[in-house]
Ligand binder design. Sequence first.
Ligand code: AHR
Length: 547
Amino acid sequence: MTHHNRRAFIGTALSGTAGLLLARPVPAARAQTRESRIDILVDEPIGAIAPEIYGHFVEHLGGVVYDGIWVGEQSRVANVDGIRKALVDRLKTIKPAVIRWPGGCFADSYDWHDGVGAPEKRPRRTDFWVDTRPSQDRSPTPGPQRFDPNRFGTNEFIRFCRLVGAAPYIAANVRSLPAKDLYQWIEYCNAPAGSTTMAELRAAGGEREPFDVRYWGVGNEPWGCGGNFTPEEYATEFRRYTAWVPKFGVPIRFIAAGPNGGDRDWTARFFRALTAKGAGALNGVYGWAMHYYCGSTGDRNAIQFTTIDWYDLLARADRMESIVTTHWDAMAESDPSHKVKLIVDEWGAWHAGSADLPANYLWAYPGSLRDALVAALTLDTFNRHADKIVMANVAQLVNTIHSLFVAHEHRFTVTPNFHVFDMYAAHQGATAVRTAFAAPAIAFDRDGRAQSLWGLNGSASLRDRRLAVTVVNPHAAAACESTIAVRGATVREARATMLTADDIHAHNSFDRPAAVTPVDTPAAARGTSFVHTFPPASVTRLLLTLE
Ligand code: AHR
């Protein structure tokens, strides 16, 4: 494309993505730089990006809690009161605003009483993930992943949150415990020091002062492991569990457990049923929490995949965009002023476990550059919908699914996902502003079905005079040269940080923990328009200081 016709292309492409060119992915050797345009509309705010969008999820599943987080005070692994120190040190650098615990499906079989009081007296229980999925447990030896000693309970979770500076988000059991247990768990956490027997129980465990837990999830996946409810049944349960709950002066935010992926009907029916006794019921719901996993490809191998698998996974991760707007519209049918906001409290790619980690650490693998792009494009989606989404929790923190860390005994590494969270932390609490990306779309063929993925996308946010722009180039082989126009402001200076690798399968491991690491790159950005080239298969963050 010549300079002349590039301008013509940009002019037409800006009118919308429907008219974008479809280009077949080209092998690396023949890959050419594609041209594109990004417009950043500084004067068009979307909303404040809730720091909680950069939230995490910890479940008693495989090696997440035991070994991942909890190694024990007597462990030779460096720890802070039993909690893995390396994890604490790295996690706190990315400002984890909120952590959800104890599940997931585990939450609806968990009795919180088991995890409080003297550790040596706590009961040992078979973990939900082993008990209900015997085929997953290939471990010949029983261990805490299989028989949960309840050594990591409420007090330990709160200490972990405090160590890393995160707010706790507790998911209560609706399937197998009565509402009274939710009341008492809230009382245990939030009753003033010395006030009730529950407050004394907390103090006996070394925590006199209340925890002031604000975020309370009412069950998890009620359409499945959370009770096999219909939306109408769950709406009734939600009202019952949350009505007249003692709050101990804490502004509690109840989170209703929502649909699986794009199940619009579940959302519409829940909200209809919830408001059947009047719209006042909406005041009792802080957020509607949906889950979306984009899955895996082929034989679910996290590291070995084809270029088509690469595009396929990214395109499926990109469905988050339409899932968010679909549920938002469905919620509006019963909540037109959108009192209730959206939460995505489980998301990520989900591959098969790596043979290098214990089999009973279910779905544990180091993740590759591909997963980093899934993380980046998903976080960009959340930023672009900052007016709708108040929290999101990547599934999960360590040793399973879309994790940021992998740990086994004394060995520990960050995954490429961690670096994305690190780079994107610049968006937390800033104001998302509107962007328009125009680039040749990428066409690919998945099992005879023609598919397409945008050629460049991202998000931008403004805090004081600093503009953070994050950009994903999903093309496996071609760079993308972009003319970036900052509308409504002038750039004084710029810094660029970029995450990529020569090989799209690149990943970190215990032996090569820095194989995928971000690097600072030159950015010649000045004035109201400049050109920046985004390498193939990359995530870039531009920090622009405005005049
Ligand atoms: O994150 C693993 C599991 O996936 C969670 O326990 C459940 O909520 C979801 O189905």
